[in-house]
Design a protein around this ligand. Structure first.
Ligand code: PEP
Ligand code: MG
Length: 755
């Protein structure tokens, strides 16, 4: 009959000594299993490592037949060992043979053994192997023994990740940790990027796993927990949440977890078993990550994510590892990988080295995706669990059109992509062929194609695409990348440069559209429950007219007597537009008074992106010089589905009947009042969506520059009139028949359009 373990702390110390000894890999592993068996009073201790082919290979054993080492394998899910690996949960059995998953392996000679305890070897939530102890006699392993095994497994995980097992692995095989992985996400952009992983929020590297002084480690944990709790309370009470998170709700749940006895007890227990405070956090975090990856309940997943974030925060406090976004050295072809990030955070990185961005969350019309596109980055979202699966510096391929991400690609996958990149270059060359051709349909309807832009750096692309001008210049981007509020002269300089680079083509400057997810770090405002519907954009501008006046002044000065187009974002009621016009007129008068040049032609337009305005167009349109539809916000508000949250937004097709009817209403009204109308939301840049817009009579489309070529190709091959007729009929027909998208797809096939 086995007795209680002699103490995991003793074992950990012995393990540390063994790891420091100059031993060959196999000898070291053999010694480790001997030590664990002795310490656990077990007759058997076996260590299985998960290979890249999904087999768990016996790497070392004390007690089973030595010839079974590197011979015995179990598949994931097969036998007790496979079950533990697949579920990432410990399994303790008084009599292993009676368990339905028991798989007998005669070559191991395990017949005499009855009691069984196995634990997963986890790192960042991933299963890397399984550690097992067995006894001849029946025995019930206690909670403390399970915990001791899990603690030991933490050390083994680190060993798998950092040791050189090459000499133990058969040729052609590798350990699972280095396995190539593919993620099927959602593409946010065109293009393909090959590069190296840069983790936006890198995991803290725990260097020291085994404690010298347990009491001291407990004190370190207590102090770190205190620091963390105080900082969370501070953030909650000051409303200063931008540096950490946008949502009060998340902070509240952090606070709840930070005080959660169960969590703290588990951390304490891991230290009691001989780990350092940081290794204890890592050990508990591993379980959380493992559960997070396996949970399918979105609510539970979110909470586990919160807990994971919190553990990271605690690790940073313990290791003093600060988190300096964007300042780190980037490799030449950096691909950022993150759970999520705000647009401002993305803009902090050195853009000359960034090639792509991969997010676990994020929707195609989230601002971070829009900015990624405007920076020419290849972007993919919804790549589930990728952060835990990759290490900084790993090779990675991001495929925008399919939304696929290949982590640690095999050489043939890599070669395929090298070829694809060549092909993309060919496609670009193909688009270049008709760059100078006007965008006119086969039946003679001219479409004006424009850029959405926001950084001076992407304006020279106008020459590559042959677009007619800039339909939307998002001026807030300059504010988002600045460390402090840009002064009047800095703004003048930027707008002047933008006008210079656009040449004699038109450029539409949109007034500051900040708030929501466009956070400006130095313009703090109180936390809001629903920032997208909060104090943002024009609302903020009219409440703070100083900011608005300076921007208008800068635009007028930059125009230097030339023409100027200003677009007013987020107009909700027509009076807001009137009020903005008053501010603009005052600034013009001021300029005239000072004897300076006023624009030869000043046009002021309104964005239509708040649904309420659709029923006030008869008041708005007589006052405006032009209008522009912001479909990203308009569709979000029409469907009450957050544009940044694909879980909800993906259910509502922006060109389905109700949305297209709303857009058609705007087209009809603008025509009635003779007001030029442009679409500047992301819809215009997608072929089928652009076809929908043209079919309801829109002729001015503004999009991110890489979309110009593909959209122009559609236009050049299109006979629009029949499509118009059929879509018009469908919009009138209230019956629940064929959807608009299906209808349009049918037309693209009939007319052989490449969409
Ligand atoms: C829109 O809402 O469609 C739009 C163009 O503005 P933004 O994406 O900057 O909110
Ligand atoms: Mg908008």
């Amino acid at each position: 009959m086995a007795t209680a373990i002699s103490g995991p702390r003793v074992l950990l110390r012995q393990l540390r000594e063994t790891m420091a000894e100059p031993l060959a890999s196999q000898d070291r592993l053999d010694k480790i299993v001997d030590l664990i068996a002795e310490n656990m009073h077990a007759d058997v201790c076996s260590f299985y490592v998960l290979r890249d082919d999904g087999a768990l290979e016996l790497f070392a054993t004390h007690g089973l037949k030595p010839e079974s080492v590197h011979m015995t394998t179990l598949r994931l899910g097969e036998g007790l060992v496979g079950l533990i690996a697949a579920e990432a949960e410990p399994l303790s059995l008084e009599n292993a043979r009676t368990h339905p998953s028991f798989a007998y392996r005669p070559e191991t000679g395990e017949d005499p053994f009855t009691a069984f305890l196995g634990v997963p070897v986890l790192r960042a939530g991933q299963t890397l192997g399984v550690l097992v102890v067995q006894n001849r006699d029946r025995r019930i392993f206690g909670e403390d023994e399970i915990e001791a095994m899990l603690t030991t497994a933490t050390i083994l995980a680190e060993m798998i990740a950092t040791s050189d097992f090459d000499s133990l692995i058969k040729p052609g095989q590798d350990i699972d940790l280095r396995r190539p992985r593919t993620f099927n996400g959602t593409g946010f952009s065109d293009g393909i990027a090959l590069g190296q992983v840069v983790l936006h929020d890198p995991r803290v590297v725990v260097a020291n796993f085994i404690a010298e002084d347990t009491e001291q480690e407990l004190r370190r944990l207590a102090a770190a927990l205190d620091t963390m709790r105080v900082s969370i309370d501070d953030m909650l009470s000051h409303g200063d949440m931008q540096s950490f998170s946008d949502h009060r709700e998340i902070l509240e749940s952090y606070r709840m977890f930070a005080h959660d006895r169960g969590w703290v007890d588990r951390l304490t227990e891991a230290i009691d078993n001989g780990l350092t405070a940081e290794a204890a956090v890592e050990r508990v975090q591993n379980d959380t990550r493992a559960r997070m990856m396996r949970s399918t309940d979105p609510y539970i997943k979110d909470r586990l994510h919160d807990l994971d974030d919190l553990a990271n925060r605690l690790l940073r406090i313990l290791t003093g590892d600060g988190h300096a976004v964007g300042t780190k050295e980037l490799p030449e072809n950096a691909i950022l990988v993150a759970r999520n990030m705000g647009p401002a955070e993305l803009l902090e990185y050195d853009r000359s080295r960034l090639r792509g961005i991969v997010l676990e969350e994020g929707g195609a019309t989230a601002h971070v995706a829009i900015i990624a596109r405007s920076l020419g980055l290849v972007a993919v979202g919804q790549a589930e669990n990728i952060v835990s699966m990759c290490e900084p510096g790993d090779d990675i391929i991001v495929d925008g059109p399919t939304g696929t991400v290949h982590l640690r690609p095999t050489p043939d996958v890599e070669q395929t992509y090298v070829d694809k990149v060549r092909l993309t270059a060919k496609r670009r060359a193909h688009y270049l062929e008709f760059r100078d051709k006007p965008a006119i349909t086969r039946d003679g309807i001219e479409i004006t194609l424009l850029h959405n832009s926001g950084l001076v750096a992407d304006l020279p692309m106008l020459d590559d695409t042959g677009a007619a001008g800039v339909g939307l210049f998002r001026t807030e981007l300059q504010f988002m990348i600045a460390s402090k509020l840009p002064r009047l002269n800095e703004q003048v300089e930027l707008y002047r440069e933008a006008i210079r680079l656009t040449g004699d083509r038109p450029i539409v400057f949109r007034l500051l559209d900040i708030g929501g997810d466009k956070v400006i770090p130095y313009l703090r405002s109180a936390a809001e429950e629903n920032p997208a519907m909060g104090w943002r954009s024009l609302r903020l501008a009219l409440d703070r007219p100083g900011l608005l006046r300076i921007q208008i002044r800068a635009l007028l000065q930059a125009a230097n007597g030339g023409p100027l187009k200003i677009l007013v974002p987020m107009v909700t009621d027509a009076w807001e537009f009137r009020q903005t016009r008053v501010v603009v007129n005052k600034e013009v008068e001021r300029l005239r008074h000072a004897g300076e040049k006023v624009p030869e032609k000043l046009e002021l337009g309104a964005m239509i992106e708040v649904p309420s305005l659709l029923w006030e167009l008869d008041r708005l349109l007589p006052q405006v010089d032009f209008v522009s539809i912001g479909s990203n916000d308009l569709v979000m508000f029409l469907t009450a589905a957050d544009r940044a949250n694909p879980r909800v937004s993906k259910s509502y097709d922006p060109i389905a009947l109700p949305r297209l009817r709303a857009l058609r209403h705007i087209v009809d009204m603008s025509r009635r009042y003779g007001v030029p109308l442009t679409m500047c939301g992301e819809l215009a840049g997608k072929p089928v969506e652009a076809l929908a817009l043209m079919s309801i009579g829109m002729t001015r489309l503004s999009m991110s520059p890489p979309s110009i070529g593909p959209i122009k190709e559609v236009i050049l091959g299109l006979e629009l009139e029949p499509v118009r007729k059929s879509v018009s009929a469908a919009l009138l027909d209230g019956s629940d028949g064929v959807g608009i998208r299906e209808l349009l797809l049918d037309w693209t096939e009939r007319q052989n359009l490449s969409v």
